[in-house]
Ligand binder design. Structure first.
Ligand SMILES: Cc1cc2nc3c(=O)[nH]c(=O)nc-3n(C[C@H](O)[C@H](O)[C@H](O)COP(=O)(O)OP(=O)(O)OC[C@H]3O[C@@H](n4cnc5c(N)ncnc54)[C@H](O)[C@@H]3O)c2cc1C
Length: 383
């Protein structure tokens, strides 16, 4: 089979690896507009379950990925001078660039053609020239736009602003920090992803962003402002920019996932808010699901049908949980009256995927502390 793939991100390269590994006769080319060392962003996170899926799909790249990992088991919630830790949440982080390098090496080893610095402006001619065209071209997908009549995308620009930084302050565990000033409420999502660097994403609502004057600040001034807001948390370290810009989260869904010989995967197909840290996980698991569909069926048409039928319910469930989590952060200022322990409980249960019983199993000490706090508040209200 001749396969063209637009986008050398995690989704596109991982699908290429799985197909080529299963049948070296496939001729596979990945078209990527950037060079092999260009990337945006800092670290990405995976759960223990995703790692097991990666191990089953391709043991070689899994071994390399886990060698490069920073692992942790706690979520930290910081409010005022208190930090609450909740244990029993196993996650790992890796630099996005390092992940892409591992996948690039694996593609080269297997004989996948990687065409860097190859922007695809005309998807139609690429599609005419292959058996299968996989559009793994990210959140602003050209293929999705060009074939919007077929895919029927639903795009929802969310109101909060966020910006993706790095820092050399090491946050051990996924740390959610809340700071307030005259302008409003700022939340930071941070985690260490190698020996020297952490991801540090700052999020705030539109009102905070407008009141603070951030909309009129350049890169340097923005970082100085946010370093001040998070001064108690950064240990004197600077925020590091990597083409960092304020963005509104774009929620992507598509009515149809494929037509004829074209299929969408990864962020081009769907997005899930970064607060549940699953963009890269879903991109890689899409690649696994699409590959599995080809393994189980005889024609391209039936494989694409199987992919949509089996994967859509999984994605819908994720997007529903991510939506609740995103809404929580959009309304963060409504939770700022809570005590740190109550805030931590509200955060842990925000997406509906984790409940009181799960937390009791994972970290009984946290739950007994929470119960005490709620009990004494109740007692005070009754008196
Ligand atoms: C602030 C923020 C924080 C995030 N945090 C996390 C996290 O903690 N954990 C996590 O797992 N994920 C996270 N993500 C999400 C993650 O970055 C993406 O979800 C993931 O990379 C999706 O993979 P993909 O392969 O579908 O798309 P991408 O990684 O976006 O790759 C698409 C590729 O296609 C290329 N391309 C696009 N158009 C063309 C064209 N016309 N021609 C040629 N090439 C093209 C692009 O250059 C790009 O390399 C975060 C994202 C943001 C913005």
């Amino acid at each position: 089979m001749k396969i063209n793939i637009i986008g050398g991100g995690p989704a596109g390269m991982y699908f290429a690896i799985l197909m080529k590994q299963a049948d070296p006769a496939h001729a596979i080319t990945v078209y990527e507009r950037n060079g092999p060392n260009d990337t945006f962003g800092w670290g990405v996170v995976f759960s223990g379950k995703t790692l097991r899926n990666l191990q089953a799909a391709d043991a070689e790249s899994h071994a390399e990925i886990t060698r490069a990992f920073a692992a942790w088991d706690n979520v930290g919630v910081v409010r005022g001078s208190e930090k609450i830790s909740i244990h029993g949440n196993s996650f790992s982080g890796i630099a996005r660039l390092q992940l892409l390098k591992i996948l690039q090496r694996r593609c080269e080893q297997l004989g996948v053609q990687l065409a860097f610095l190859s922007e695809v402006p005309d998807v139609d001619s690429l599609r005419a020239n292959c058996d299968l065209l996989v559009a793994a071209d990210g959140v602003n997908s050209t293929a999705r736009r060009q074939y919007s009549d077929q895919f029927v995308p639903r795009l929802d620009v969310r109101p909060n602003r966020y910006i993706w930084y790095g820092t050399h302050h090491l946050f051990r565990g996924l740390t959610l920090t809340f700071r307030e000033n005259d302008a409003g409420v700022f939340a930071a999502h941070s985690y260490k992803f190698n020996q020297t660097t952490s991801t540090f994403i700052v999020e705030c609502d539109e009102e905070t962003w407008t009141n603070s004057g951030l909309f009129a600040m350049g890169d340097e001034e923005t970082r100085r402002y946010l370093e001040q807001v998070f001064a108690p948390d950064l240990g004197g370290e600077a925020l590091l920019s990597n083409n960092s810009k304020w963005i509104n989260f774009l929620l992507v869904k598509n009515e149809r996932w494929f037509f004829e010989n074209v299929v969408l995967i990864g962020d081009a197909l769907h997005t899930a808010h970064f607060s549940i840290g699953s963009g890269t996980k879903l991109a890689l698991e899409d690649a696994i699901a699409l590959f599995d569909s080809f393994r189980r069926t005889a024609t391209i048409e039936s494989a694409l049908k199987t992919f949509e039928a089996t994967r859509k319910p999984v994605i819908e469930e994720y997007q529903a949980a991510a939506f609740e989590s995103m809404r929580w952060f959009e309304n963060a200022r409504d939770y700022m009256h809570l005590s740190p322990i109550e805030l931590a409980f509200a955060l842990m249960t925000r997406s509906g995927k984790v409940d009181y019983e799960d937390l009791k199993r994972r970290d009984p000490a946290f739950i007994s502390r929470y119960e005490k706090a709620v009990g004494s508040r109740q007692k005070a209200a009754d008196e």
